[in-house]
Design a protein around this ligand. Structure first.
Ligand SMILES: *Cc1c(COP(=O)(O)O)cnc(C)c1O
Length: 367
């Protein structure tokens, strides 16, 4: 079937990005990979294959369903479920050898009950909340756990972890505070391997690496730290075809007649829209300060008018009609339009752009 939009995923770049981080973390720390949300939109199964091929043995997903898919691909890997233990979901997790990230006392109790009286529980991670106030045990919970030595012995987690709130802003005082809190709280408990750093935390330095790093966005080529050079290789190229080109004399373009052409223009309509992750803020309306660009034959073409569900309109007046013609491919995200640049134009972050790409692209995976 012909498609109007395609996504080229560079698994070689994904593997290289993993190796870059893993080499820097070693030998003191291991490097895992966060592959939640369909590996940040690029496709879980191919990502698992590339990452395990590059030597990754520890994976984090958000949901048990993602965990089951990962387990079907990788029989040996350690797979952690960041959402933790969903009520009543323990048997299935144990059957598939999935490790919940336990973050509250009810979860811990339920996980221990599954093991049966006095017996050791299946492997799990323990999540300590060091300031995010989202998931994880607070200091009082840690102390209660500490007071029950037998309980800890039965739980015997394979990982103690916490999550940084502000690591993408290296100078933020909260980074250091969370580091100190994590050190303090984990030392109240018997020793277990520790993990604190997401991608941005990784770049805060070795003191944040502990025993295991948990990068996500950096593996997929996204910016971990704002306003800093990005050392990672881009992984995603998104393109859409030109469906039609027309010369207009004047008038508005698209829904709401929100953009008026100042004079005669050549307009190309492309086969991708907000259902394909092109956020509506990318469309230019009258008076808007900034153009978002797609690239045709390497030349920029501003997105004009509102983004529709399936279509965008771009001004190709300055591009050779032989190049900007029906059937030609336009780059939406790629070397000319990095995912984070697109995200900034849309008023969001690279994570949201990648995970919004949707299901309609013809996906091509290259090694
Ligand atoms: C998503 C997530 C990560 C990965 O974060 P990135 O910023 O993408 O590197 C790490 N740890 C936890 C708990 C997460 O939820």
């Amino acid at each position: 079937m012909q498609t109007g939009a395609r996504l080229r995923v560079d698994l070689g770049a994904l593997a290289a990005n993993y190796r870059l981080l893993a080499d820097e973390a070693a030998p003191a720390a291991r490097c895992g990979a966060v592959v939640k949300a369909d590996a940040y939109g690029i496709g879980l199964e191919p990502a698992l294959e590339a990452l395990s091929g590059a030597g990754c043995k520890v994976f984090f997903v958000a949901t048990p369903e993602e965990g089951a898919r990962a387990r079907d691909r990788l029989a040996e890997a350690e797979i952690y479920i960041l959402d933790g233990l969903l009520q009543g979901g323990g048997q299935e997790m144990i059957a598939r050898d999935l490790r919940p990230v336990l973050g509250c006392t009810e979860e811990i109790e339920e996980w221990l009950e599954l093991a049966g009286d006095g017996r050791g529980a299946a492997p799990s991670a323990l999540h300590i909340d060091t300031g995010m106030n989202r998931l994880g045990l607070l200091a009082d919970d840690v102390d209660r756990l500490k007071a029950q030595a037998d309980l800890w012995q039965r739980l015997n987690p394979s990982l103690i972890m916490s999550h940084l709130a502000c690591a993408d802003t290296p100078a933020h005082p909260m980074n250091e505070q969370q580091l100190v809190r994590f050190e303090r709280l984990r030392h109240r408990l018997p020793p277990a391997p520790a993990s604190l750093a997401n991608s941005a935390g990784f770049f805060l330095g070795k003191s944040y690496h502990f025993d295991l790093c948990r990068p996500g966005i950096a593996l997929y080529g996204g910016e971990a730290v704002g306003n800093a050079p990005n050392p990672m290789r881009p992984v995603v190229l998104a393109e859409a075809r030109i469906l039609q080109v027309k010369e207009i004399r004047a008038g508005s373009v698209g829904y709401g007649a929100a953009y008026h052409c100042p004079g005669p223009r050549r307009i190309a309509t492309l086969a991708a829209g907000y259902a394909d992750g092109l956020m509506r803020h990318l469309g230019r309306e009258d008076g808007a300060p900034q153009d978002s660009m797609v690239y045709i034959g390497g030349k920029p073409a501003p997105i004009i008018g509102r983004v529709s569900m399936d279509l965008i309109t771009v001004d190709v007046s300055d591009i050779d009609p032989e190049i900007a013609r029906r059937g030609a491919w336009a780059e939406l995200i790629g070397p000319n339009a990095p995912v984070d640049a697109v995200a900034r134009r849309a008023g969001t972050i690279g994570y949201e752009v990648l995970t919004s790409l949707g299901k309609r692209y013809a996906r091509v995976y290259v090694a």
